[in-house]
Design a binder for this molecule. Structure first.
Ligand code: NAD
Ligand code: WQD
Length: 332
């Protein structure tokens, strides 16, 4: 398949581009490089043997996008978005503009150019506070606690309406849990600008000595060690989930919703201890107040993805920490 990949220079996008190429598909990357670097494309080429076609472009640039999309694609995988939760609270217009208006702009071009297979980066955040665990795809959509999460809920709804109006469309909503890790080559990985918001990149920088210590947000959750529990998923397994969704769902009309996680939760302190083991470095930490908007526990029921997409994760928390550390400790 020839696949238009928006945000393909980013963390999850770049790993998915590698997976697509390794599966014999032809991804074409579109990215405005607002949160990534062009060198990622060259590094993808080092991993796969040839760099993918790349266009520095914004999804809101309808004219350029129409010209590109008119070249003929079988599918679009849409990663491009801003994703910092705290920043979205401070800059809601920027987030809705980029994530919601940007996706609508993209969809209108796809409608015009007849690209009917669409894969969307959704998030477990759409479940809000889980009513029960593990989280299943038929659980009701929850309340978003920030504009970033709200943008994902809104886009899921827009996509459902677009599919009703265009019944030949295949829309795949992939709800990611907590993507972490890096490619085992250490050539691509997560490269946050400024102080990381998410746990593993923060821990990685503490291990490297760039940050003095981790602040663990909350030690009084009703969990075995009192810290939050998340379903961390290796980004290479997540990337494979996109290939499985494309291969399994392209040409199958409907809205298809799948959780992408491991189905297992690990606490913040379990991750810290696994990272110390993988890196051989101490991770000093202190337990502080809970962070507003955090849920105590989150992990996926992955049986639907397994049965319908034939996909399951292969990598565990140790693999995630090892590959994150390989990337972090490599001279960039
Ligand atoms: P990322 O920031 O590394 O990648 C996003 C890419 O999109 C970046 O390369 C950025 O430059 C590009 N981009 C942003 N706005 C654009 C625009 N208007 N036009 C063109 N390119 C644009 O983030 P990621 O972690 O790889 O996330 C990819 C997708 O997955 C996002 O939609 C994100 O919301 C979603 N998601 C991420 C996580 C996570 O924890 N990383 C979890 C759930 C869902
Ligand atoms: C994980 C755990 C924190 C940082 C976020 C988004 C979600 C999705 C994935 C995009 C929690 C704790 C963290 C730190 C800590 N993103 N923590 N100290 O909040 O589960 O999900 O990223 O779609 O929408 O909300 O991930 O990595 O921020 O936090 O103790 O410095 O680590 O409290 O328990 P989260 P996270």
């Amino acid at each position: 398949m020839r696949v238009l990949v928006t945000g393909g220079a980013g963390f999850i996008g770049s790993h998915t581009v590698v997976a697509l190429m390794e599966a014999g598909h032809e991804p074409v990357v579109l990215d405005n490089l607002s949160n990534s670097r062009a060198s990622v494309i060259r590094r993808v080429g080092e991993i796969t043997g040839s760099a993918p076609e790349f266009h520095e472009m914004d999804i809101r640039d309808q004219e350029a996008l129409t010209e590109l999309a008119s070249q003929g694609f079988d599918a679009c995988v849409h990663f491009a978005a801003l994703k910092a939760v705290g920043e979205s609270v401070e800059q809601p217009i920027r987030y809705y503009e980029n994530n919601v208006a940007g996706t609508i702009s993209l969809l209108s071009v796809l409608l015009e150019t007849g690209i009917e297979n669409f894969v969307f980066s959704s998030s477990a955040t759409v479940y809000g506070i889980p009513q029960s665990l593990p989280m299943t795809e038929d659980m009701p959509i929850g309340e978003a606690t920030n504009p970033y999460g709200q943008s994902k809920i809104m886009m899921e709804q827009v996509l459902a309406d677009v599919q009703i109006a265009n019944p030949t469309w295949s829309v795949s909503l992939l709800r990611y849990f907590n993507p972490v890790g890096a490619h085992h080559s250490s050539l691509i990985g997560e490269d946050p600008r400024g102080i990381p918001n998410n746990l593993m990149p923060y821990v990685a920088q503490v291990a490297e000595g760039r940050l003095p210590k981790l602040r663990v947000f909350g030690g009084d959750y009703p969990t075995p060690d009192g810290t939050g529990i998340r379903d961390f998923i290796h980004v290479v397994d997540l990337a494979a989930g996109h290939v499985a969704a494309l291969e399994g769902l392209a040409g199958k009309p409907g809205v298809h919703i799948h959780n992408l996680g491991t189905g297992r939760g690990h606490s913040v302190l379990e991750l810290v201890s696994a990272y110390e083991g993988a890196s051989g470095q101490p991770i000093p930490y202190e337990i502080v107040e809970r962070r507003a908007g955090d849920v105590a526990e989150s992990w996926a029921d992955v049986s639907k993805a397994r049965s319908e997409l034939g996909w399951a994760t292969e990598r565990d928390l140790i693999d995630m920490c090892r590959d994150s550390w390989g990337w972090q400790s490599r001279a960039k």
